[in-house]
Design a protein around this ligand. Structure first.
Ligand code: GA4
Length: 306
């Protein structure tokens, strides 16, 4: 596939007044942008990263005590329930309920404490960004998106992905899929990784673009549910991760999701004279259909109005 050399990842400085218009533009064009001045202290990020690396450095037997991921826990190579595989091991964790951390590493209380403070900071950032989106879209109710994450029943998830270096790649110069192409089903995803490359996003012209890593910044993805709520004005971004031949990659992703009973439908103010592009569904229904799909599937297809 051709690569678009002129493309640069949109960067949004959250401390600047033009943030909301830049966010709207980036979400309309790509469903993806990078944020700086995000307000999450580096200390909180690196402490959690260190704890996650300690977990992944344990023996496979130890790690598997925290698995399989059904839906939460440790997983290796297999992604989801429908035959997807990748060069990755991961932890999938619930951000709301207390996950049983008794099997997660040598110091589970420390891990849980760091995770809780990190996710509350990242959730705060996510809500701030969602409010800027609502303002940028001129929606009267500023918290129309953020209230879904603020809800006590919000179905948000936290994921830590570890992509070990794959030395054969360095020799052969080939590509190996770390995490196959997909869109995120939730509302918004906030990703932070170490300084190892691998993340790529798919542009509408059919090209895959490598996202230069930046361990000081966050990368934001529009999820399928936000695409629906904005009646297709914002695009959920297709993305994937390639394994690296030299360095391991560690990414930590917060997936902000609505409560299970929440009805997801285009907002009336964004339909205006246009047609609603999607049939209404609950997050429970969408999640169920998601878990029956393969990574690369177009999950929103079932809910499009013809
Ligand atoms: C992609 C986004 C999140 O990582 C995730 C993934 C989930 C999983 O790993 O179990 C899914 C994938 C994700 C979408 C399609 C289904 C479900 C794997 C898969 C094949 C936790 C999520 O919510 O959806």
């Amino acid at each position: 596939m051709a690569s678009t050399s002129s493309f640069t990842i949109p960067i949004v400085d959250l401390s600047k007044p033009d943030a909301k218009s830049l966010i709207v533009k980036a979400c309309e064009e790509f469903g993806f942008f990078k944020v700086i001045n995000h307000g999450v202290p580096m200390e909180s990020i690196s402490q959690l990263e260190t704890e996650a690396l300690k977990f992944f450095s344990m023996s496979i037997n130890e790690k598997e005590k925290a698995g399989p991921p059904n839906p939460f826990g440790y997983g290796s190579k297999r992604i989801g329930q429908n035959g997807d595989v990748g060069w990755v091991e991961y932890l999938l964790l619930n951000t709301n309920e207390e996950h049983d951390f008794s099997l997660c590493g040598k110091n589970p209380e420390n891990f849980r404490g760091l995770l809780n403070s990190y996710t509350s900071l990242v959730k705060k950032m996510a809500c701030g960004i969602l409010e800027l989106m609502a303002e940028g879209l001129k929606i009267q109710q500023r918290n129309v998106f953020s209230k879904l994450l603020m809800d006590e029943q919000s179905d948000s998830i936290f994921r830590v992905n570890h992509y070990p270096a794959c030395p054969e790649l360095a020799v052969n110069g080939e590509n190996l899929i770390g995490f196959g192409e997909h869109t995120d089903p939730q509302i918004i995803s906030l990703l932070r990784s170490n300084n190892t490359s691998g993340l790529q996003i798919y542009l509408r012209d059919g090209s895959w673009i490598s996202v230069p890593p930046d361990h000081n910044s966050f990368f934001i993805n529009v999820g399928d549910s936000l695409q629906v709520m904005t009646n297709g004005r914002f695009r959920s971004v297709r993305h994937r991760v390639l394994a690296n031949g030299f360095k391991s990659r560690l990414s930590m992703i917060y997936f902000g999701g609505p409560p299970l009973s929440e009805k997801i439908a285009p907002l009336p103010s964004l339909i205006k004279g246009n047609q609603s592009l999607y049939n209404e569904f609950t997050w429970f229904e969408y999640k169920n259909s998601t878990y029956g799909s393969k990574l690369a599937d177009n999950r929103l297809g079932h809910f499009e109005r013809i």
